[in-house]
Design a protein around this ligand. Structure first.
Ligand SMILES: [Zn+2]
Length: 248
């Protein structure tokens, strides 16, 4: 898609994008990275009852470009935990939803060593292929989970372009999406993502001046988010976009 089209993206129409990590019943989760399979089921059921459909970000971006994002909610899972394949995939399929899984190309079969706290296994190459074969979008979450803000050009090249090339080879299709580890980015990082051929990128708490197709905002969803809190988050997100979309 040409960048001229991207520039025309109307921010007032940016749909909600949910951000998940692992899906498991865990005893200890100090960084609030997991939701239980049961809680995920409740959250997806909430969306469905509201007449919303959970989709991958590639699907969402395509819909935004033709002005038809209404009724869609983006669903993303960062880091590539094995628990996503085991617990999230069946629940997504049960609801007829898809999602984007952002994978670390340099940590396949490893664990979340960059975090302080419990370690959870990351998917292997064949498990990532399994997700792709099940119709989920595979995106890049960099090579090693580096904080991109402040990296030099060579480091950005390795984390951004390098991960796109190796994941593309892994799944046998071009990788369209990127998610900034820790939501960390600066102008150089956003340029590196665009130059590497990505079509869109997901951030976390996107500053107003940076909101756009290379920094799509996402809403964190955690274990404490029951249907009532999901409804509140949806309203808050609409307010946030309404305010930001109005600024020049
Ligand atoms: Zn991450």
């Amino acid at each position: 898609m040409p960048s001229a089209t991207s520039a025309k993206l109307r921010l007032g129409e940016v749909p909600m994008v949910l951000m998940y990590h692992g899906v498991a019943d865990v005893a200890e989760d100090p960084n609030h990275l997991c939701v239980s399979p049961r809680r995920l089921a409740e959250q997806l059921t909430y969306l469905k009852r509201r007449g919303l459909r959970g989709v991958s970000i590639a699907t969402l971006v395509d819909a935004m470009r033709v002005g038809r994002p209404r009724g869609l909610v983006g669903i993303t899972f960062d880091d590539g935990y094995v628990s996503v394949l085991e617990a999230a995939l069946p629940e997504l399929q049960r609801h007829g939803f898809s999602a984007t899984m952002f994978i670390l190309s340099g940590r396949l079969g490893g664990s979340n060593e960059w975090d302080e706290g419990p370690r959870w296994p990351l998917m292997s190459a064949s498990q990532v292929r399994e997700l792709a074969a099940a119709g989920m979008e595979i995106g890049s979450h960099s090579t090693t989970h580096a904080r991109l803000a402040g990296l030099d050009a060579d480091q950005l090249e390795a984390e951004v372009r390098g991960s796109r090339a190796s994941l593309g080879e892994l799944v046998g299709a071009p990788i369209r999406g990127f998610a900034y580890p820790y939501g960390s980015m600066d102008a150089a990082a956003r340029s590196a993502v665009r130059d590497a051929g990505y079509d869109y990128a997901c951030a976390v708490q996107t500053p107003m001046s940076e909101l756009g197709i290379m920094a799509l905002p996402r809403v964190y969803v955690g274990q404490s988010d029951d249907a009532r809190r999901m409804a509140a988050k949806r309203l808050l997100f609409r307010g946030y976009i309404a305010v930001k979309g109005r600024r020049p």
